[in-house]
Design a protein around this ligand. Structure first.
Ligand SMILES: Nc1ncnc2c1ncn2[C@@H]1O[C@H](COP(=O)(O)OP(=O)(O)OP(=O)(O)O)[C@@H](O)[C@H]1O
Ligand SMILES: [Mg+2]
Length: 506
């Protein structure tokens, strides 16, 4: 074992997984107590004040829904009051509030946690299990994120690592990692589609593999589309049915909701293997006269398909867009790879088979491929490695600046290769102006208001002159991880200016 091994971590919305490449070159998944290779991405505090992470947290979530955080990856980099956050509030029992920068913070066990802190708890648990298993301290990791994460969301994962002194040496995209798990060491020459439908997010990437070169042609996704939405479709149906039968709205009862949520997910999973499943919960609530009431229903696979058809449609629309972006047609695709637990749903596989005219390949394990790919990449970053991998990735959404009137001036279009740098010349607009500020956004809309703000960059130390008299050369740098930095200089003197970034969230 390396003295300072780098592990690969798939920090999932529902499940997390870690792996490492051993000295003999074999990839090893890190097992948890009980022999599982994934742990639930759940953090809780019980009534005695104990912190629980993973299975321990999941085991008690029905009884302690208010202090059990799950699905928090969906909130990373989000603004309090945004649609996404409002939607989440309706389905989770834990309390959210606005933080200092209008980011989301969570109340758990009477304490307030930032999302970085929650991610750090889960990363910390993974690190602890890995350290015990490998019998060596772990200080470094490659961590994966959805390809469709923006700059701010990526930054947040790096910050989470810092909180526990875990150096996130590299952020890589989940579908790209899955492609590594599939292709490293096979001497392939193929174009593959990675279709990753997990618990919280959907990603699709088209990747050209030429032996050890993995070139992402295009990527797309939706960080708010995943297994949780399939569960919610069942939950809504159950609530509606119950309200119609009894006039009682169970949505206001967190313990009842947690029981329904639990069974909804199990029902969904069972329906991947069976045509019909009962949905019974005894004593879910009581009438005003104190009579116990039960949920007694039945779900068929057909019903589930009807309730979730629109979700599968959305994934296929994105697949179509990504194909167009790559300039390829379905015929050019050699393999379609399924990643993420939700791809076990038969209709997802059927629809993909129709779309591509051939069945998806089972070339990778849907739950483990991302962690394995992360471990392979981690291994390639070790000092004394003989594994060479070249990753050529892209940014998922355009990055640019705000123009007058709120229009979005694109500096890097979506699918621009990374790393990447661009320069732009600006001039002062007032006499004796010493500072220049610009607001930077990421997204695919023409108006900045509909995109995510990455920050307000201020360049100071401009020499005093009349309006339009000085130029400022601004450099936009997107690193290999898809994270932006900016700097500015005076092209006349070559002098670098001071740059400060303020991340106020609008
Ligand atoms: N047999 C199955 N049929 C349908 N859905 C399933 C099945 N098995 C697991 N799932 C669903 O897969 C989802 C979890 O997938 P996965 O572990 O890949 O997600 P994740 O990596 O945690 O999330 P993400 O990648 O979105 O951050 C859950 O919603 C789960 O209900
Ligand atoms: Mg995943």
């Amino acid at each position: 074992m390396h003295k300072e091994p780098i592990i690969g971590i798939d920090l999932g919305t529902t499940n997390s997984c870690a792996a490492i490449v051993e000295d003999n070159g074999n990839v090893k998944l890190i097992p948890y107590k009980g022999g599982e290779y994934t742990i639930p991405s759940i953090f809780a505090i019980d009534d005695k004040g104990n912190e629980l992470i993973g299975y321990e947290a999941k085991r008690q979530w029905q009884l302690n829904p208010r202090n059990t955080v799950y699905g928090s990856k969906r909130l990373v980099g989000r603004t309090f009051g945004s649609d996404v956050v409002d939607t989440m509030k309706k389905v989770v029992a834990y309390n959210m509030r606005p933080g200092k920068k209008n980011e989301v913070t969570l109340d758990v066990g009477k304490k307030e946690f930032t999302l970085q802190e929650v991610s750090a708890k889960i990363l910390g648990k993974i690190r602890e299990v890995a350290s015990n298993y490998l019998k060596t301290p772990i200080k470094r990791a490659v961590v994966t994120v959805p390809a469709y994460f923006n700059d701010r969301q990526r930054q947040s994962v790096k910050d989470a690592g810092k909180l526990i002194d875990l150096e996130v040496v590299r952020i890589i995209n989940e579908p790209t990692a899955a492609a590594l798990a599939y292709g490293v060491g096979k001497g392939l020459k193929e174009k593959v589609v990675i279709y990753d439908l997990g618990g919280g997010t959907f990603d699709v990437s088209i990747i050209e593999i030429r032996d050890r070169v993995f070139e992402v042609k295009s990527t797309g996704g939706d960080v708010f589309l995943g297994g949780i939405d399939f569960d919610n479709a069942i939950i809504h149906h159950v609530l509606k049915d119950f309200a119609a039968k009894t006039g009682i709205d169970l949505a206001t009862d967190p313990v009842a909701m947690q029981r329904i949520k639990d069974l909804a997910e199990r029902t969904k999973i069972d329906l991947s293997a069976r045509d019909e499943v009962p949905f019974n919960i005894p004593f879910i609530t009581m009438t005003s006269q104190g009579q116990p009431l039960n949920i007694e229903m039945k779900f068929t696979r057909k019903m589930l398909e009807q309730l979730t058809n629109h979700l599968v449609d959305r994934t296929l629309q994105m697949v179509a867009r990504v194909l167009v972006d790559s300039g390829l047609s379905t015929k050019d695709v050699d393999e379609v790879m399924l990643v993420g637990g939700q791809t076990r749903m038969p209709i997802v596989q059927d629809r993909l088979t129709k779309f591509f005219g051939k069945p998806p390949s089972k070339g990778v394990h849907p739950d483990e491929a991302v962690a394995i790919g992360a471990a392979l990449y981690a291994h390639s970053l070790q000092d004394d490695t003989n594994l060479r991998i070249q990753l050529l990735d892209v940014i998922p959404m355009a990055i640019g600046l705000e123009k007058a009137g709120g229009a979005f001036h694109v500096v890097f279009p979506r699918n621009a290769p990374i790393p990447n740098a661009k320069q732009l010349l600006a001039t002062t607009s007032m006499d004796n102006q010493t500072e220049l500020a610009m607001r930077i956004f990421q997204g695919d809309h023409e108006m900045v208001a509909r995109n995510d703000m990455l920050g307000e960059f201020t360049f100071s130390g401009i020499q005093q002159a009349r309006a339009g008299g000085v130029q400022v050369e601004i450099t936009f740098d997107v690193n290999v991880e898809g994270i932006l930095s900016m700097r500015a200089r005076d092209p006349a003197t070559g002098r670098e200016m001071n740059t400060t970034v303020r991340v106020t969230q609008s």
